[in-house]
Write a protein that binds this ligand. Structure first.
Ligand code: GDG
Length: 467
């Protein structure tokens, strides 16, 4: 029987199942900042990670990997549809992202959300040792803190939301708004990317649940206090810098530039293919700069990587068709043989290839309509070993609050994006270096290890639970 002093809960386990040449299957840690930051802490504290392994109906026993106890949660095919694709990604995701798409609300999706959250909470209650620390992640699991507190009042519970938390005007559309707020209030510490999101939460709790609040604290009738605060997430900066500096990545970057025909400047976008990421307006802005004669396909190429994502959700299928059509039209109208205006890749790549792309891009374009943080912006900065490269960044990405030296844009303003792209394209190398140097200092000082340590220190410092 597993017993852990630190338990992490996230929708997904930090591993992917891979099939070997001989047909056998093994697990491999999935690359990502969160795993990189938490793995050492979990290992040190005999910790466990509870999550879904990623395929429906998989009934897998807990196992050890890299010093972590991994505890798989089974989701039926129907739960994947209703809890994950439905309530998480077609109700909460658009609602929390400023209604960039219209959220759908269905009572059976909500029922599945409650059921799956309870399964996660029950599993955590089973394996957490007496007085253990539990850290719950993200919008798929917002009911877990309260459920778990009812089962195990001896635990210290933290929650971190990776995506934005909307203002009251939007959040109150949710038919189950009160249950979600009460779910989160089961935690001792509720973390958000930005202080504005924490303030939205506290205000909603006061208005909708009626608890007394004081700055970032919520005071519950039973005497417990919950703190809501900002913990802006970051990346494994040293890991990315090292990868970018490695000879194979440097060679690959040179090769990519050659394959693109040595344009004067390379623009780059890397995103999950998601309607919040603002891929459409950025490609239109770039195409208009060519049509208007400000750029030519000799001067510039736009490489857009759109990683396949949530392909069974209707809104994502529609987006894919829209972007496909736009890229087809732009290249049809503006491209020449061997010189497409946009090099569009609907595919996912290993981290090495990502680092090579970051290294080769002269202008990185990150224009989400709204985004909790946006790690791609920080990864680009970490890979700019020579302090060069221009970052064009949406002012509505969480990262914009730290990366102040980027060329900041309103992602809804196509003329504004055009002006920023052109400005970044023509910027004086000294100006580029001045800005990049400052941003590199930020991501060096504030990496994902510092983020995890700050959250866990703050959580441990909360008053001990009173069972
Ligand atoms: C959510 C919030 C918040 C992308 N394509 C490939 C690949 N990626 C990696 C990137 C980056 C990550 O995926 C994407 O992170 P983002 O932060 O940009 O966006 P979301 O996926 O929406 O993440 C966001 C984040 O959570 C953390 O809290 O910042 O606001 O929405 O690391 O590099 N990695 C590889 N191949 C790909 O093709 N290897």
């Amino acid at each position: 029987m597993i017993s852990a002093d630190l338990v992490v809960l996230a929708n997904r386990l930090p591993v992917d199942q891979v099939t070997e040449a001989d047909g056998s299957t093994t697990w491999r840690t999935s690359p990502g900042g969160l795993v990189a930051a938490l793995e050492p802490v979990i290992r040190e504290q005999r910790g466990a990670w509870i999550g879904w392994p990623g395929n429906a109906d998989a009934d897998i026993d807990p196992f050890m990997l890299n010093g972590m106890q991994l505890v798989p949660i089974t989701l039926t095919a129907c739960e994947v549809e209703e809890f994950y694709e439905g309530f998480s990604n077609a109700s909460l995701w658009p609602l929390y992202h400023d209604l960039v798409a219209k959220p759908e609300f269905h009572r059976e999706w909500w029922d599945a959300y409650v059921r799956v959250n309870r399964r996660f909470a029950e599993r955590a209650a089973m394996i957490a040792s007496e007085g253990a620390t539990v850290w719950v992640h993200d919008y798929q699991l917002q009911l877990v803190p309260q459920m778990l507190r009812e089962m195990r009042p001896d635990l210290r519970i933290g929650f971190f939301l990776h995506i934005p938390f909307p203002p009251a005007e939007l959040f109150q559309q949710l038919p189950w708004r009160r249950q979600i707020l009460e779910g989160l209030l089961g935690a001792d510490l509720v973390g958000f990317q930005l202080s504005g999101a924490a303030a939205n939460f506290v205000r909603l709790v006061r208005q909708r649940v009626g608890h007394r609040t004081q700055r970032d604290m919520v005071h519950l009738p039973d005497g417990r206090a919950v703190r809501a605060a900002a913990f802006p997430i970051s990346i494994d900066t040293a890991g990315f810098t090292e990868l970018a500096a490695s000879p194979p990545v440097a060679a690959r970057a040179t090769e990519i530039r050659r394959m693109l025909g040595h344009p004067a400047k390379i623009f780059l976008g890397i995103d999950r293919l998601d309607y919040t990421k603002g891929i459409y307006p950025r490609l239109r802005a770039f195409a208009e700069l060519i049509t208007d004669g400000h750029l030519s396909t000799e001067d510039a190429v736009f490489v857009q990587v759109a990683t396949p994502s949530r392909e069974r959700v209707e809104q994502y299928r529609l987006l894919r068709d829209e972007v496909d059509r736009l890229v087809g039209r732009i290249n049809g109208d503006l491209g020449r043989i061997g010189r497409p205006a946009i090099s569009y890749l609907h595919s996912s790549y290993p981290r090495e290839e990502m680092a090579a792309l970051y290294r080769v891009a002269d202008v990185m374009v990150v224009t989400p309509f709204t985004d909790g943080m946006n790690l791609v912006a920080k990864e680009y900065v970490a890979c700019r070993l020579d302090d060069d490269g221009a970052l064009v960044l949406s002012e509505f990405a969480g990262a914009a609050q730290e990366l102040r030296q980027a060329w900041q844009v309103n992602p809804y303003d196509i003329d504004g994006i055009k002006a920023a792209l052109l400005d970044a394209y023509h910027a004086d190398p000294k100006e580029i270096t001045r800005r990049m140097r400052a941003m590199r200092r930020t991501v060096r000082e504030k990496d994902v290890d510092a983020w995890a340590a700050r959250f866990l220190d703050e959580l441990m410092g909360r008053p001990a639970p009173r069972p």
